[in-house]
Ligand binder design. Structure first.
Ligand code: AMP
Ligand code: TRP
Length: 332
């Protein structure tokens, strides 16, 4: 879809592990831009993140880390509603209502479920299976038109759209049909150690991803040791997958065109290219890391931001929930 303007936008991110360059280029950069000319809701999806093993005694800290991270990348609470999912009970209530009209077969097709289930085997829970229904509730409560996400989430947004359609046909036309808004080029940033996998914070190897809060020397080391193909060819179409990934990162971070980048590095050694890539990534992430450290130090301020967000979010979500319940025949 074209860049939304004058629309309602909602997205979510899990408070698990550190935010990484894939999150930033695939989603968060768009979140920041969309604040300019849309009504935006950004949700820290703490109920989603407990569908895989987590540590309860550290969980409050993880949610505050995510809050500080989102503020550090440029989410502005004056222009965005930034809140924690578990603090707005309408999400879990709509989740139940929607689950009763979602066919099992549709959930069984979700690739994220299949991947996560394969990793957890018999430990995987009903919550992990129902994950996309809760995600649909997140989106539909705010009547979002556009959902900025990386490519891995498109299937979930399409399911949310189908859930909304089914509800509107069966009961009453309550929900806006949402659409995914996926950035060009940076929609799927790959692991630095294995370009067949996406960059992910749950990867065992820390070398595979660049965390937004990594120190400059760490970023440089990770980039210098990123895998490449044998021949140094710099082409967005003809390089191997590892180098194409590094080129995509260069383009997304620097904002330069593919042609300019190919021209700049034609005939260069990998070392020269990687040094230049490290320079642009470090220049982009350093101010984010510095702002994060400052923001993370003031927990009361972070909690205040979430308290304001929670009220603003509930003021929109509760009436939508009431309308859905009424349409389903409940006493409200
Ligand atoms: P998560 O960290 O799974 O909560 O994802 C938060 C957002 O970042 C979602 O919109 C994802 O689609 C996006 N995202 C996660 N990993 C990547 C990646 N490697 N490349 C691009 N986008 C990503
Ligand atoms: N499932 C998303 C992810 O893993 C996170 C998410 C939860 C989300 N609710 C959402 C994204 C609503 C967009 C809209 O990245």
């Amino acid at each position: 879809m074209d860049t939304p303007s004058g629309k309602t936008v909602l997205s979510g991110i899990q408070p698990s592990g550190s935010l990484h360059l894939g999150n930033y280029l695939g989603a968060l950069k768009q979140w920041v831009e969309l604040q300019e000319s849309n009504t935006v809701y950004y949700c820290i999806v703490d109920l989603h993140a407990i569908t895989v093993p987590y540590e309860p005694t550290e969980y409050q800290s993880r949610v505050l880390d995510a809050t500080a991270g989102l503020l550090a990348v440029g989410i502005d609470p004056e222009r965005s509603t930034l809140f924690a999912q578990s603090q707005v009970p309408a999400h879990t209530e709509l989740n139940w209502l929607l689950s009763t009209t979602t066919p099992l077969g549709e959930l069984e097709r979700m690739t994220q479920f299949k991947d996560k289930q394969a990793k957890q085997r018999e430990k995987s829970s009903l919550g992990l299976f129902a994950y996309p229904v809760l995600q649909a509730a997140d989106i539909l409560l705010y009547q979002a038109h556009a959902v900025p996400v990386g490519e891995d989430q498109v299937q979930h947004i399409e399911l949310a759209r189908d859930i909304a359609k089914r509800f509107n046909n069966r009961y009453a036309k309550i929900f806006t049909l949402p659409e995914a808004y996926v950035p060009k080029g940076a929609a799927r940033i790959k692991s630095l150690t294995d370009p067949t996998k996406k960059m992910s914070k749950s990867d065992e190897s820390e070398k595979s991803y660049i965390a937004l809060m990594d120190e400059p020397e760490v970023i440089r080391k990770k980039i210098m040791s990123a895998v490449t193909e044998t021949e140094p060819v710099f082409s967005f179409t003809d390089s191997g997958p590892a180098v194409q990934n590094l080129l995509q990162i260069f383009a997304a971070v620097s904002g330069e065109t593919h042609e300019a980048i190919e021209k700049q590095f034609a005939g260069s050694a990998y070392k020269t290219f990687k040094e230049a890539l490290a320079d642009v990534v470090i220049a982009q992430l350093t101010p984010i890391r510095e702002r994060y450290q400052e923001l993370r130090a003031d927990e009361n301020k972070l909690k205040e931001v979430l308290a304001t967000g929670r009220e603003q979010a509930a003021a929109i979500a509760n009436p939508t929930l009431a309308a859905a319940k009424e349409a389903m025949g409940f006493l409200v």
